[in-house]
Write a new protein. Structure first.
Length: 291
């Protein structure tokens, strides 16, 4: 996946309660583990690669389900291989677009040599984030029953930079809230993937530690709901460690960290990569199946 504060005043005391006391990888406990995330650029993954991942003590795999413009046509097979061959825990993620445009063949992508969908983007059949989450769920097929969570990928992959006007930011905040709600309707745990950097959470939502806008307060309350907190999958290059986190927006802790991007290893072909992560394994235990 390519590109992802303690809230002041009334939000200072709120935190992600169930993510407390996560140790560093150097002092690894049974609650943390290393793993990978993959997307359609990773492509099909052979049995030999899965066995190398298992031998390297990679304990989970998170697959892109929706890539902003189209489904990941390899998602179900990637997750099945991780689970059945390597014995990995699994999760998925949905990369939101905020312009309501998709590949003409979004459900069964026809791709050009660069891997992008052939043809210019067209209007989504149904604008908004809910439809995009539904497309991601559809891409998972029967593997949906086995994943622990669906992460909502909040990053900006368009050009130019995200508009900073209040109306545009309010619209994007609603997309995030709708995506969270749609994941819950699918009876899965919602997680947010983002980072504290330009073109990510603050620029997209307009919310930082000191934001007082009503829309930001709603987002903060959703993230920090005592009964249903929204865990953070953070992005920070470096060591495979969950500690050393600098709070931002609604989060005081991170439950996952993508610590290295675009890694060609574990026997993958030269042009194929995965991203490396460290996670609190409890997130993969949310296996409430769709009704």
């Amino acid at each position: 996946m390519h590109p992802r504060q303690t809230v002041l005043s009334i939000f200072t005391g709120i935190s992600l309660l169930f993510l407390a006391a996560i140790p560093s990888q150097a002092q690894k406990s049974s609650t943390t583990a290393l793993g990978i995330d993959v997307d359609f650029y990773t492509g099909p993954i052979t049995r030999e690669v899965w066995l190398q991942l298992k031998a390297a003590n990679q304990e989970f795999a998170i697959a892109q389900a929706w890539g902003g413009r189209s489904r990941n046509e390899f998602a179900a097979a990637q997750l099945a291989g991780a689970r059945m061959i390597a014995g990995m825990k699994t999760g998925a993620y949905v990369l939101l677009n905020f312009d309501d445009r998709v590949c003409p063949t979004f459900s069964k992508p026809i791709r050009n040599d660069s891997g992008t969908c052939a043809g210019p983007p067209v209007a989504q059949p149904r604008p908004g984030a809910r439809w995009q989450v539904q497309q991601g769920i559809a891409a998972l097929g029967s593997e949906l029953a086995h994943i622990g969570f669906i992460a909502i990928d909040v990053e900006w992959f368009l050009s130019p930079d995200p508009p900073r006007d209040a109306n545009a930011q309010a619209r994007r905040r609603q997309y995030v809230l709708d995506a969270i709600d749609e994941v819950r309707k699918g009876r899965k745990l919602p997680v947010i993937y983002t980072r504290n950097a330009d073109g990510h959470w603050k620029d997209i939502t307009g919310c930082d530690m000191t934001s007082s806008a009503a829309g930001c307060r709603i987002l903060y309350r959703t993230i920090n709901d005592a009964k249903q907190p929204i865990p953070l999958w953070d992005v920070e290059n470096g060591s495979p460690d969950l500690t050393g986190f600098h709070p931002y927006s609604g989060w005081t802790k991170r439950a996952g960290r993508q610590y290295r991007l675009d890694t060609n290893s574990f026997g993958l072909p030269p042009s194929r990569t995965v991203d490396l992560n460290v996670f609190d394994l409890s997130l993969f235990s949310f296996l409430r199946r769709p009704s």
